[in-house]
Design a binder for this molecule. Structure first.
Ligand code: GDP
Length: 304
């Protein structure tokens, strides 16, 4: 099974998935369009969130970085005048240093990611959507001009009003080799409850991906519950891209290839002839919620 992931909603679900499915069968293709070089190292926020969630070390307050991390290096770099856009923890930075060192030694991002995952004790496959480091950049068009996603969300805290989104460079890069192989081999695709615009759309925008998904059984989980996202900027971004902020809007984002959409028990969504609507408790407040949702998904896989 291929799982498409961003850095919060899907990693939450993965915590339960690894208890219900054999971990080694999870093949997680992760968005890299928010990756940035900071103080000499490549930061891959979504890849790291997936690894840290599966390894049980993620900071569950922020769904970002490592629990109980310290920020001494970040403070020291700021004092030295470095432009550190993200507040990177010391342990988290070790991951970025390791990754960047592997890249400097000539390994691909896929190889570096796979080494990191295994050193964190993970048997799931974690696969970057492309092997070209930071080659795809999510740009947010706002009333204050165009800015990198990290400038919009971290520096400006999502305040500028959004007019559009584009993925700079996406037409120039290939999906990673392993992702291409999986698109040949696997029959099932799960789109986790991630932001459809900034986390899933960059993956879908890679050459050939959307077309291949039409040949698969694809099930998605809505990141929108009761007309709003559980966290993050999905509402403003969906609206700016012309989608309603609702389960219906999520369906529209994927309607050309989707076989089933899992929405919250309290929500409604129009059925379409080609896509089943399945209801479940999709808010994950705890590991137990995530395990329950993974169990339900296992049953749903037999229905589509
Ligand atoms: P990002 O890379 O940090 O933006 O992370 P994702 O795209 O993976 O996740 C952000 C999305 O996860 C948001 O749109 C949230 O609404 C969604 N999300 C977060 N927690 C939950 C949850 O418990 N249930 C569901 N269904 N969606 C969630």
């Amino acid at each position: 099974m291929i799982i498409l992931s961003g850095g919060t909603g899907t990693p939450k679900l993965l915590i339960g998935m690894k208890k219900i499915f054999p971990e080694s069968e999870l093949k997680i293709v992760v968005n890299t369009a928010e990756d940035v070089w900071i103080s000499g190292n490549l930061v891959c926020p979504d890849i790291d969130a997936v690894i840290y969630a599966l390894a049980g070390v993620i900071d569950e307050e922020r769904w970002w970085g490592i629990r109980n991390d310290t920020f001494k290096t970040h403070s020291a770099l700021l004092r030295l005048g470095c432009d550190e856009k993200l507040k990177i923890g010391d342990l988290d930075r070790a991951t970025h240093i390791f990754r960047s060192e592997m890249l400097r030694r000539g390994l691909t991002l896929s190889e570096a990611t796979s080494m990191l995952a295994s050193r964190f004790g993970i048997s799931a496959e974690v696969i970057p959507m492309t092997d070209e480091p930071a080659a795809v950049k999510t740009k947010i068009l706002t009333d204050e001009g165009e800015m990198h996603f990290q400038d919009f969300w971290v520096l400006r805290r999502g305040k500028p009003s959004v007019r559009g989104v584009r993925f700079e460079g996406v037409e120039r890069v290939q999906p990673s080799e392993r992702f291409k192989e999986l698109l040949e081999e696997e029959d099932f695709v799960l789109i986790g409850p991630s932001n459809p615009i900034t986390s899933i759309s960059p993956i879908l925008s890679l050459r050939g991906v959307r077309e291949r998904l039409k040949e698969k059984k694809v099930i998605a989980i809505s990141p929108i519950i009761g007309g709003r996202p559980v966290s993050g900027p999905a509402a403003a971004l969906m609206r700016a891209c012309g989608f309603e902020v609702s389960a219906e809007g999520v369906l529209k984002c994927y309607e050309d290839f989707l076989d089933a959409l899992v929405i919250d028990e309290q929500d409604e969504c129009c059925h379409s002839s080609s896509c089943k609507i399945l209801k479940a408790k999709i808010l994950m407040r705890s590991e137990a919620d995530s395990v329950e949702l993974a169990k339900t998904l296992k049953q749903f896989f037999n229905k589509i």
